[in-house]
Design a protein around this ligand. Structure first.
Ligand code: GLY
Length: 338
């Protein structure tokens, strides 16, 4: 069993909170500034984002600072440097960023650059476009001073070569919260497959929202495959007048329903962040219940007041929050409860 520790006043260890507790907290009191991120590794991202938010910095700067943490973390096999490669051995990264005014930028299938979130931000700020892909994204990054690096670490190369022996493609539910080399139920040599994403949403002290997503995508995916994470509306959506949402999990199913945009639209209709996430997960489950049983998808959302909520298909999804008096991991409620 994974033991989770929590920093509260740097001393207290408190149990993980059930999401239903959080869901009740939907009064427009909210909190700001606040940052929420997907998965246990969101805690470290939040800590960096919090440095910006707590000194009255902008949400967009907090997002970039937070997303860079897992991107640079070699031990994280689902984001950035050290992420598992595609089936041809290429580490291809996807990222996007969006602010409260609808400004956004994305890179897809970007190789050799440790911080795709920063390239996505430059696409947003320095080009007339929203998306750059593949070689074009790399050329743009290099022209803007980013360094070309080898992102395939020896560990990831070893896992890929092991995978090649059988080439099975079975994404493992909640792989994001497994420790490296931790045995995974149902896994066998050569079947280590995963997906995933840091999705991060922030509300700054001026009341402005921003969000970001960054991932190496599904491990051992087909070369050129892009998931939901860099697709504005699917992996991320921000509307400064309503709220923001981000997703994690098997991106193909999130793209089909433009999931994060849908979460924000449900909030626009008056739903809490928790209820909005739940409604979208229910729609995904309804479309193909058989498939839904075999995959993980989770959504996290905050509204413009700083109320937050999350919901996932399967148990095991977590999200991290950081505000002035809270630093916690929250277990997401789920559609399937076993
Ligand atoms: N959610 C990440 C992906 O599907 O690539």
């Amino acid at each position: 069993m994974i033991r989770r520790s929590f920093l509260k006043n740097s001393l207290l260890s408190i149990p993980i909170l059930p999401a239903s507790t959080v869901a009740l907290n939907i009064a427009p009191l909210g909190k700001k500034p606040i940052v929420v991120s997907t998965w246990d590794f969101g805690k470290a991202a939040n800590a960096e984002a919090w440095k910006v938010l707590s000194s009255h910095g902008k949400a967009i700067d907090a997002i970039e600072a937070g997303a860079k943490v897992p991107e640079a973390d070699e031990s994280n096999k689902t984001v950035g440097y050290g992420g598992y490669p595609d089936r041809d051995g290429h580490v291809t990264l996807d990222a996007c960023i969006m602010d409260h005014n609808g400004n956004c930028g994305a890179v897809m299938c970007l190789e050799h650059i440790v911080h795709p979130i920063s390239v996505a931000r430059l696409v947003m700020e320095k080009t007339p476009h929203v998306i750059l892909v593949g070689e074009g994204a790399l050329d743009f990054a290099l022209a803007n001073g980013f360094k070309k690096e080898n992102l395939l670490t020896p560990d990831s190369e070893k896992a890929w070569k092991e995978w090649l022996k059988k080439s099975n493609y079975n994404p493992i539910i909640n792989i994001e919260n497994k420790k490296i080399n931790e045995p995974v139920a149902g896994a066998f040599p050569g079947s280590i497959n995963n997906h995933d994403t840091l999705g991060i949403l922030a509300l700054d002290s001026s009341g402005n929202l921003s969000g970001g997503c960054t991932t190496s995508g599904m491990a051992f995916k087909m070369h050129g495959r892009v998931g939901d994470s860099p697709v504005i509306g699917a992996g991320l959506f921000v509307d400064g007048e309503i709220g923001a949402a981000t997703s994690t999990g098997v991106g193909e199913e999130v793209i089909r329903c433009v999931g994060s945009h849908l979460v924000v639209e449900y909030m626009r209709q008056g739903n809490s962040p928790y209820d909005a996430c739940k409604k979208v997960v229910e729609r995904i489950a309804k479309r193909d219940i058989g498939k839904a049983k075999t995959i993980q998808i989770g959504f996290v959302a905050i509204d413009k007041f700083g109320n937050h909520g999350a919901f996932a298909l399967q148990k095991g999804f977590s999200y991290a929050i950081r505000s002035e008096n809270q630093e916690e991991l929250i277990a997401g409620d789920s559609y399937f409860n076993s």
